[in-house]
Design a protein around this ligand. Structure first.
Ligand SMILES: Nc1ncnc2c1ncn2[C@@H]1O[C@H](COP(=O)(O)OP(=O)(O)OP(=O)(O)O)[C@@H](O)[C@H]1O
Length: 654
């Protein structure tokens, strides 16, 4: 979890690869191979372009071209006439053959690849542009120092020309990188959201408390993952270009220096990774604590009224400050370790400034090399070394990136269907989709199997009838409904129930969605078209006929949970039930906040719809709307009696 190792690399591929190439066994090698071939192809394309421009310019205005790029035409024609041309040909053809070979997997992903190709091409162009600018500025300053006026003006215009070509390339480069990152983010967010809502993973994750702050992982972590991945890919590409361009020069000047550089870079990387390892868990915790802090603030916003009633400001403020202090202390640790890493990396960089001279000086003093060789070696050395030292220079960003990868990977693993359900060793309630609803020898446990709520429970609910579940608070009434809904499956026995599409559950806390009154009423089937008249009639049935007028129609979005009273929210939920008229309704204390008159009215309407229903409730007034009573007596004991018998028993007792 806290290391730069193979597992981290695999985790990175599992998240990053599917956008570009399907994830199958062995497919990562193909994906990385294709990425490499894309680079090879782009280098060849750049060569063809440079050769084309050179030959064209030489043909059209040879004198001018030779004066601004002396020797380029000869180098290009030399390459074209040498065997290298075959290599360039292969660099163009092989990637195309490979792409054709894997076209089935690439076809549906042509857009990301096209984006990536453009981005990498622009990146190579920007590097090329920098080289051209360095040459032009060299000629330009030389002309100045030699007081060569005509040369000065000529290169001033060339300079301006390069800028005109360069400006859109540089601007497009940043734009393409961010577009691709954004496009990738959309794809990845979509994928995570689909998995999050599939098989109620969001519920399982929350109830098993496996993963902290999934909201932050989906919103922030994915965003920085996509952008940082691209940034590192581009840094890597630039390093490769630098190594290709300058290591040859360095090798010809000094083999000793080249060998030394390699050892120095490896040594630096190993030490940096060893010190920097500590940064991964600290970054991981920082992300978590920042999210906890933010969640604390959201919690206050969501519960503003309750807190205000309790006058809980002081307590809340202490809580949130504690959360903030956890983020603060961790951040102090993080920057402390960043300072430790900086001690090393800064030393590493400083030594580089004098080392080449130190190695080359004896050769220079003995007359083996010229002074110019030292300056050129210095430049090549610093270029190659910085290319080899990506890890040293980027360790802080890399460790934050690694922490982000781990957060996304653990989240993605938790979302896999196998992980959102109990492991195979743990007994589970069998499910049969059929009707009527029946429980056969059900023993129900809490999800962690710590508590048994009911043993060997059997009952059948005939169609069109009502079952009332009663019992003390905490006896397991709501839990039984969770089992019927399939939210809890820890236990044994057999559950027979119709498909969930035919059932509507009204939970204990009325749930108000973020949306309009219309969507509120039609939830969860907000797509169905129901005319306003029908909606109005149903609202009348639940005594809420005044609401549309009060809020100016059905299409106004409001914070319903705060605008409506609890009883109104319960009646609104009941309206949903009367609108969708499911075959089965499961009501968990769905009328507990209502007066008896309203309760009676709602149950009468429900009985008229011929819906089969299961209610949980404490009020004896509910008895008359139900046929059977399941009483949970505590200590896993239970009994099923008819509503009349239950009432008769009560009469006897009183
Ligand atoms: N996610 C959970 N994990 C572990 N135990 C839980 C979980 N949810 C509830 N419980 C426990 O299961 C028991 C039954 O809870 P349940 O909500 O079913 O009670 P209830 O009979 O509906 O109570 P009430 O009438 O107060 O609503 C309680 O002891 C509760 O603490």
């Amino acid at each position: 979890m806290n290391r730069f190792d193979n597992q981290l690399w695999k985790r990175f591929l599992v998240i990053a690869q599917p956008f570009f190439y399907p994830l199958e066994p062995g497919s990562s090698k193909v994906f990385l191979g294709l990425l490499l071939l894309l680079l090879v192809f782009l280098f060849a394309v750049v060569f063809v372009l440079v050769a084309g421009v050179t030959l064209g310019s030489q043909y059209l205005f040879p004198e001018f071209f030779n004066s601004i790029a002396p020797g380029l035409y000869e180098t290009i024609t030399g390459l074209i006439e040498s065997p290298w041309i075959v290599v360039f040909g292969l660099m163009l053809i092989l990637p195309l053959i490979a792409a054709f070979n894997y076209k089935e997997n690439l076809q549906s992903r042509w857009q990301p690849w096209a984006f990536l190709a453009i981005l990498l091409f622009l990146s190579v162009s920007v590097s090329g542009l920098n080289v051209i600018i360095s040459y032009v500025s060299n000629f330009f300053t030389t002309a100045l120092s030699e007081k060569n006026e005509s040369e000065f003006w000529r290169f001033l215009f060339v300079y301006a020309g390069v800028f005109i070509v360069g400006i859109p390339i540089v601007a497009l480069y940043g734009y393409t990188r961010d577009r691709l990152a954004n496009f990738w983010r959309r794809w990845l967010t979509d994928k995570f959201l689909n998995n999050y809502f599939e098989n109620r993973a969001y519920y399982q994750i929350e109830s098993q408390r496996q993963i902290d702050n999934p909201d932050q992982r989906i919103s922030e972590d994915i965003k920085s993952f996509t952008r940082t991945s691209l940034v590192f890919l581009l840094i890597l590409l630039n390093s490769i270009i630098d190594i290709i361009s300058f290591s040859g020069i360095l090798w010809t000047i000094s083999k000793n220096l080249s060998v030394f550089l390699l050892f120095y870079a490896v040594f630096g990387t190993v030490i940096t990774v060893l010190i920097g390892r500590r940064l991964i868990p600290l970054n991981f915790n920082q992300l978590r604590r920042e999210a906890d802090f933010r969640y604390g603030l959201i919690h206050v916003r969501d519960n503003a009224e309750s807190i205000a009633f309790y006058q809980g400001e002081e307590q809340e403020s202490i809580q949130i400050k504690e959360r903030f202090m956890r983020a603060f202390h961790n951040f102090n640790l993080l920057i402390g370790w960043q300072r430790n890493v900086d001690y090393f990396t800064t030393g590493y960089r400083y030594i580089v400034i004098i080392l080449p001279s130190l190695i080359m000086a004896p050769l220079y003093f003995s007359g083996e090399i010229r002074f110019g060789d030292i300056t050129q070696a210095n430049f090549a050395f610093s270029q190659v070394l910085s290319a080899f030292s990506v890890v040293v220079s980027q360790i802080e960003a890399l460790s934050a990136f690694a922490a982000g990868i781990n957060r996304l990977a653990t989240f993605s693993e938790a979302l896999e269907p196998d992980n959102t359900t109990p492991s195979p060793g743990e007994p589970r309630i069998d499910l049969t989709i059929d009707s009527p609803l029946a429980l056969e020898h059900i023993t129900l446990n809490t999800p962690n199997y710590q508590k048994t709520l009911v043993t060997d429970l059997s009952l059948t609910l005939e169609q069109g009838q009502g079952l009332l579940i009663m019992g003390n608070s905490g006896a397991g009434k709501s839990s039984l409904l969770r089992a019927i809904a399939g939210l809890w499956r820890s236990g044994t026995g057999q559950l027979v129930r119709p498909d969930l599409q035919e059932m509507l559950f009204l939970p204990q806390k009325p749930y108000m969605i973020l949306g309009t009154l219309r969507e509120q009423l039609l939830y969860p089937y907000t797509e169905q078209g129901v005319d306003d008249q029908k909606l109005y009639e149903v609202l009348e049935l639940v005594n809420l006929g005044y609401i549309p007028k009060q809020v100016s129609g059905f299409d106004v979005e409001l914070d319903w949970a705060n605008v409506l009273s609890l009883g109104e929210q319960q009646r609104l939920a009941f309206a949903r039930l009367l609108l969708s008229q499911p075959s089965y309704a499961i009501l968990d204390e769905a009328t507990s906040a209502l007066d008896l008159k309203n309760e009676e009215r709602l149950y009468q309407k429900l009985q008229e719809t011929k819906t089969t229903y299961v209610s949980v409730g404490h009020r004896l007034s509910l008895l008359k709307y139900h046929h059977q009573v399941l009483e949970l007596q505590g200590d896993t004991q239970w009994r099923v009696v008819s509503a009349e018998d239950y009432q008769a028993d009560l009469n006897v007792l009183s």
